[in-house]
Write a protein that binds this ligand. Structure first.
Ligand code: ADP
Ligand code: ASP
Ligand code: MG
Length: 439
């Protein structure tokens, strides 16, 4: 049985962290495939290597000499190598990266070198084979991740490579050039590798002891989540619980491989186990609370809109034509609120508003900004009454105005829309209502 282990940026931020990582891997012979991120922050105001690489790319673009622009990146890796006391260097790689920059490498290529170089060091430290993700992880000509080809090619490589380090975050386009996933994408790579390897477990090592009921930057010492289902996790990560990339569950879910979120700085802690299904008899009624800011509501009122044939279709068509994707659409008899990401309105707000007015001819039309969405998620909610009432009671008691309510038909979540200014407070009072009061 093999395990795939992914280590995030803070787990590999310096030599001290590298040693912890090597100890963790060496403690279990099943930990044979390792997916590293680029070195992350060593302290609060530090800069992640990925961000240094984006800066380097911009600087070279504006005419600065590569060696000078690349120096802060090089310093990080050379520092790690020196502090680990290795007789190893990355000089050949630095020369190659310089050459690639000079011949017009892309921004994605630049960013990908963070995990590439870190993977080289880690493979050396562990005595594992280095497998360049560009040889096993593929995108199609439209730039979409190609799951089938990747699974076949990467599977074949891993079959003949018993122990390997595969850098996270990137793969190759059909022409061989590098493309990265979105930020935090090494989590996705780990999941892809777990599937290709037919792993028994995907361990995702980070800087917290698993998924917490709420963001620790908002709620002080939140309770941990021992077990969470794929669907609950999907809701929470989509709604901003930052621990795991929102797409990371898809590859492992299709292969029924559980994920264990673990803490590199406290390896004995059990962490969170993410499983296909779980008992709905949970310790707390709510499994997790997460939220995101920066939403807008397109509010439309029109008498008898419900009985107007094709009303909804026309509305959705206009939105689709402007690449605006509704997140939620709570409706009344004569009203509809379309909740969208505010940034999707950038540069086309007036044009879209005019088009909607022309096509659906509303009695009243308004776009309201500054909405935050909060998701209260729990597989236990289905079998218990009164969850929504308690969410509303917590918010109203704290004098927070609820501007939208949406409950998924699976009864796995309740979503409320509130003013952005109330965001942190809302998460805290919901947490108090469901967790503190049940402890
Ligand atoms: P890595 O660099 O290991 O990928 P990330 O920074 O991407 O780590 O994710 C871990 C961070 O996610 C934690 O340090 C924490 O600040 C944040 N976080 C946000 N929401 C939660 C939550 N519900 N539970 C735990 N951590 C959370
Ligand atoms: N290094 C990349 C980032 O900072 C990918 C990752 O860490 O998962 O987004
Ligand atoms: Mg991450």
């Amino acid at each position: 049985m093999s395990k795939v282990v992914k280590f995030g940026g803070s787990s590999l931020a310096d030599a001290k962290q590298f040693k912890k990582v090597a100890d963790i891997i060496n403690a279990d012979p099943e930990r044979v495939y390792v997916v590293p991120s680029a070195p992350g922050k060593r302290f609060k105001d530090d800069t992640k290597v990925t961000d240094l690489l984006y800066q380097c790319y911009e600087r070279v673009l504006t005419g600065e000499d590569f060696a000078k622009a690349f120096a802060p990146v090089r310093e990080r890796y050379d520092g790690i190598i020196k502090d680990l006391g290795l007789s190893f260097d990355l000089n050949e790689d630095y020369v190659k990266i310089g050459k690639d920059f000079r011949s017009g490498a892309t921004r994605d290529y630049a960013a990908s070198r963070g995990e590439y170089l870190n993977g080289k060091i880690l493979a050396h430290v562990l005595g594992y084979e280095f497998v360049d993700a560009a040889n096993g992880i593929f995108f199609d000509s439209k730039g979409e991740f190609d799951a089938d080809i990747t699974n076949a090619c990467l599977g074949a490589i891993l079959e003949k490579t018993p122990k390997a380090v595969i850098p996270g975050f990137y793969g190759a386009l059909p022409d061989g050039s590098i493309k990265t996933f979105s930020r935090g994408g090494s989590d996705f790579t780990g999941s892809v590798v777990a599937k290709a390897a037919g792993a028994s477990l995907y361990e995702n090592w980070t800087d917290v002891s698993g998924f917490l009921v709420a963001d620790p930057r908002i709620v002080k010492n939140p309770a941990g989540i021992e077990v969470i289902t794929y669907s609950e996790l999907r809701e929470l990560s989509y709604m901003g619980a930052g621990v795991l990339h929102e797409d990371a569950i898809f590859p492992v879910r299709s292969a029924n491989i559980p994920i264990n979120i673990k803490n590199t700085n406290a390896p004995e802690d059990k962490g969170t186990l993410i499983v296909p299904t779980a008992d709905s008899n949970t310790k707390y009624l709510v499994t997790g609370i997460a939220g995101k800011k920066d939403f807008s509501v397109i509010s439309i009122e029109k008498d008898r809109m419900n009985s107007e044939s094709g009303f909804m279709r026309r509305l959705l068509q206009v939105l689709e034509n402007h690449s605006v994707f509704p997140e939620h659409m709570p409706t009344g008899i004569d009203t509809i609120s379309v909740v969208v990401n505010s940034k999707e309105l950038d540069g086309q707000r007036d044009k879209l508003a005019q088009r909607l007015k022309d096509v659906v001819r509303p009695d009243h039309f308004e776009i309201i900004d500054g909405l935050a969405l909060i998701a209260v998620v729990g597989r236990g909610m289905k079998s218990k009454k009164g969850t929504a009432t308690r969410v509303f009671a917590a918010l109203s008691h704290a004098d927070i105005n609820i501007r939208m309510i949406d409950q998924g038909s699976s009864e796995l979540n309740i979503i409320v829309g509130i003013d952005e200014k109330d965001f942190d407070k809302a998460i805290r009072v919901i947490y108090d209502m469901f967790i503190l009061s049940e402890q």
